[in-house]
Design a protein around this ligand. Structure first.
Ligand code: GCO
Length: 475
């Protein structure tokens, strides 16, 4: 990879920090949501998580020993502004200052996500959180505070993490807070508010830190048409417009894909977009520096007859293997399983070439540099009696994805960074602590544990990948 390329790893505040009610932090939507019986696997919560809040020095030292070049983490809004706005919690500011300084001490480039799904509960109670346009100013105020605070220290910023996922799970499938089901009209309006919050933060950022780099991280699942029957090609196009370009086009062009907007307008669920909104979205689109991509899997698009499958299939909040559910929109598309690909233990298809596809699509369509802000394998890991973790499956998964990333780079994609998900094991929002992603094993289960850290085989493997700038994979 190019000399300036950064090998990294990522995490999110709620999934690692713990200390949920400590050091002046306000309550977030997730602190509340996990209290609802049946919402998470074995009622697991991020109350303690992997205690990164108290062990961040140990974790950053492990990153440094590995040679990690960038560490992507998120800031918990409620740790900075416990009520969402108003008084600042200085202890929260101090925690992130120390974390950032600790990274810089070892030459690790911090990459900060402003929003990884935890909104202060106070804002939800005050005006419905993301459901109200009022959230835009509060978000921009929070973002601006952080830009000023960490200017000169943090160069890479991600406004919003996986907007498509948290809004879909929050307003369509009831799997994330606020737990609404099939509220399509609100879903699109919420998304519009998130876009405006993102866009106005980008504008503020460029005033404060013109030399900094900013983008949003999208959970991109490229699609393949079932076969060459034109009816499936059209289904693929509809799927892409509604499920991929709906977000990426706004980030990169500042406008919604027209056919998709038209479809939603006819259905009566399109968001209200004012002329002022359009101007702001366009201005921000012209200023973003990269497209952040969280890549895990691809989809298949097949024509879905009017009386066919839809819209969300069966819900899976059990933490068990996936149900193999088929989702779709009657009259447009459905998403059957790709029979050519193997799956993870949670039924996510494994498709390394999809990462290359994603990079090439973004390069051709948007001509933007790319930051792979997440990619990784959720798996069951076993700690041996000699305290080792032999995760050859993770090494294989990551090697194949990195190989495809290198091909994309050779084919003309400008890729700035690759962050694996995740550095340490952490809480999976819906699947608890048994689903592990890290290079570093954390001894805990749904009930608790010693919280001790152990290096997995993949830890040593990635160390070498970094040392050789990826060459160790290809030899
Ligand atoms: C999980 C998910 C998450 C996400 C991440 C998205 O199992 O909970 O895989 O860990 O990947 O939070 O940004």
């Amino acid at each position: 990879m190019p000399d300036t390329f950064l090998w990294g790893s990522a995490s999110a505040a709620y999934q690692i920090e713990g200390a949920a009610q400590e050091a002046g932090k306000g309550i977030s939507n997730w602190d509340e949501f996990v209290k609802i019986p049946g919402k998470t696997f074995k009622e697991s919560t991020g109350e303690v998580a992997v205690d990164h809040y108290h062990r961040y020095k140990e974790d950053v030292a492990l990153m440094a020993e590995m040679g990690l070049q960038t560490y992507r983490f998120s800031i918990a809004w409620a740790r900075i502004f416990p009520k969402g706005h108003g008084e600042v919690n200085l202890e929260g500011v101090q925690f992130y200052t120390e974390l950032i300084d600790e990274c810089l001490k070892y030459g690790i480039e911090p990459m900060v996500t402003l929003y990884h799904w935890d909104i202060p509960q106070a804002l939800v109670e005050e005006y419905g959180g993301w459901e109200s346009p009022k959230v835009v100013e509060d978000f921009v105020h929070y973002a601006t505070f952080l830009f000023n605070q960490f200017k000169g220290k943090v160069k890479y910023w991600i406004t919003i993490n996986e907007q498509n996922i948290f809004t879909t799970f929050g307003w369509l499938t009831a799997m994330h807070p606020p737990g609404k089901f099939d509220d399509e009209k609100m879903y699109y309006q919420v998304n519009h508010h998130v876009f405006l919050a993102h866009a106005k933060s980008v504008l503020a950022f460029k005033e404060i830190m013109p030399e900094g780099k900013i983008g949003a991280s999208f959970a991109y699942s490229p699609s393949y048409a079932l076969n060459s029957d034109p009816i499936h090609a059209m289904a693929k196009m509809d799927f892409d417009n509604l499920k991929n370009f709906w977000w990426m086009d706004v980030y990169a062009y500042g406008r919604y894909p027209k056919n998709a907007y038209h479809y939603l307008e006819q259905k009566g669920v399109a968001p209200i977009v004012t002329e002022a909104d359009q101007t702001i979205l366009k201005q921000a689109a012209a200023l973003i520096d990269f497209m952040g991509v969280n890549y895990y899997q691809t989809s298949v698009a097949e024509y879905n007859p009017i009386d066919g499958v839809g819209p969300y299939g069966e819900m899976n909040t059990t933490g068990k293997k996936g149900t193999g559910q088929v989702t779709g929109i009657p009259g447009l598309y459905k998403n059957p399983t790709n029979t050519h690909l193997k799956t993870t233990d949670w039924d996510w298809v494994i498709d390394p070439s999809g990462l290359r596809y994603a990079c090439k699509e973004i390069t051709s369509r948007y001509d933007l540099p790319i930051v792979i802000s997440e990619n990784g394998l959720g798996a069951f890991d076993t700690l041996t009696d000699t305290q080792e973790i032999h995760d050859a499956y993770r090494i294989e998964y990551l090697s194949k994805h990195i190989e495809e990333l290198m091909k994309a780079s050779e084919e003309g994609c400008e890729i700035w960074a690759y962050c694996t998900w995740s550095f340490t094991d952490l809480l999976s929002w819906l699947n608890g602590y048994q689903k592990r992603y890290g290079f570093v094993y954390v001894d805990r289960d749904e009930v608790g544990g010693s919280l001790n850290r152990y290096k997995k085989d993949s830890y040593y493997w990635y160390k070498e990948v970094i040392e050789t700038n990826g060459q160790s994979i290809t030899v």
